[in-house]
Design a protein around this ligand. Structure first.
Ligand SMILES: [Zn+2]
Length: 359
């Protein structure tokens, strides 16, 4: 099938018109094309496929899932217009999904790297001897699609509070090993203390980042560190605190991090730290909620256009994925109403096209 779509693009709001043949975009008319979106007068909107930069296809509420469930999640994301996702830590092998033309593209970070009893059971590879961390990182770099995921901090039950998992020396060696293997590194970090070591070691991104302070913002700007705050998952912190009554210091810390999260993350945005939308779907957040995260990002100071860009064109540039260029894969979403209007519009694209196929 040869298709034709027209509407207005974003962020520039200019009229756009694409022909789609053999799964790719043409900026030149292609004969025999069927118009599947946009009548004359350019009433609708056409943007590149949405991006969820923190989405675990291999994780459900009970931990690791089977492939059938991972496929269900991928289909849910596609229906929400998410055609590219960065999977920052996947406990099962989801590579066979890459053979399915009907499922979103996935950029994987391999498996989470943590230590025994220092992350959610069953998800991570435990690297208890941190001298082994660089080799473990190199292995995940080779197994992933250009990213490695570290657990930066977690509750240390002997301390009764969040604490860093790794020494500064181990992080420097580990992040260098990832970069030498062509991978960027990101880390799960809730608290304050793990951030300086990770950022000084050259980490590329921080997930959650609720412990960001003014000093950390300065450090992130100096190092060019990106941030994926996963705001809709930060809202689970009070529940995490409630279930950790045995560790009152930790519980109070989690509540305080939640209370200060919007203020701290607004300061990061205000300072100019690059922020990308990630829902943290899998586990405590259901799949298909990128629209809610985009909406939440407007609450820390992103304009509606910037918030959408953080889940679309800006995220694509960050992940080295194509936009709607001549010859690029035809991964796009169309909306009759302006997708910046709010989550009710954004979560229901009027047309989803993945690899040139209409959904
Ligand atoms: Zn996550």
């Amino acid at each position: 099938m040869v298709y034709h779509v027209r509407g207005r693009g974003l962020p520039d709001e200019e009229p756009v018109e694409y022909w789609i043949a053999d799964g790719r975009i043409s900026l030149e008319p292609v004969e025999g094309a069927e118009t599947v979106f946009g009548s004359s007068g350019f009433p609708g909107w056409i943007i590149p496929g949405l991006v969820d930069s923190h989405c675990h296809l291999g994780i459900g509420t009970g931990g690791p899932v089977g492939l059938d469930e991972a496929i269900d999640y991928a289909e849910t994301e596609r229906r929400a217009g998410v055609l590219l996702l960065r999977d920052p830590g996947v406990p099962i092998d989801t590579r066979s999904l890459d053979d399915r033309d009907d499922l979103p593209r996935v950029v994987r970070a391999g498996r989470h790297l943590a230590k025994s009893k220092r992350y959610i059971p069953g998800l991570a590879i435990d690297v208890d001897d941190e001298s082994q961390l660089p080799e473990a990182v190199a292995e995940q770099a080779r197994a992933g699609d250009g990213w490695v995921k570290l657990i930066g901090d977690w509750i240390d039950r002997s301390v009764g509070d969040l604490a860093p998992l790794w020494s500064d020396e181990a992080l420097t060696a580990a992040i260098a090993a990832a970069h030498a293997n062509g991978a960027r590194v990101t880390a799960h970090v809730f608290g304050e203390d793990a951030l300086p070591g990770l950022i000084n070691a050259g980490i590329d991104c921080i997930e959650h980042g609720t412990g960001i302070t003014d000093d950390i913002i300065t450090l992130m700007l100096a190092h060019g560190t990106a941030l994926v705050p996963t705001l809709i998952n930060i809202d689970n912190f009070p529940g995490i605190a409630d279930s950790a009554a045995k560790y009152p210091t930790y519980a109070a810390h989690m509540r305080a991090l939640h209370d200060s999260s919007r203020t701290r993350l607004s300061a990061a945005r205000e300072a100019g730290i690059p922020i990308y939308a990630g829902s943290d779907a899998g586990g405590m957040v259901a799949h298909g909620r990128i629209a809610d995260e985009v909406d939440a990002l407007t609450g820390i100071g992103l304009s509606a256009t910037e918030a959408l860009g953080s889940a679309c064109w800006d995220a694509r540039r960050w992940l080295d994925a194509p936009l709607l260029e001549h010859g690029a894969p035809a991964d796009l979403v169309c909306f009759a109403d302006d997708p910046r209007t709010g989550p009710d519009v954004l979560r229901r694209p009027d047309l989803v096209m993945l690899r040139g196929r209409v959904y």
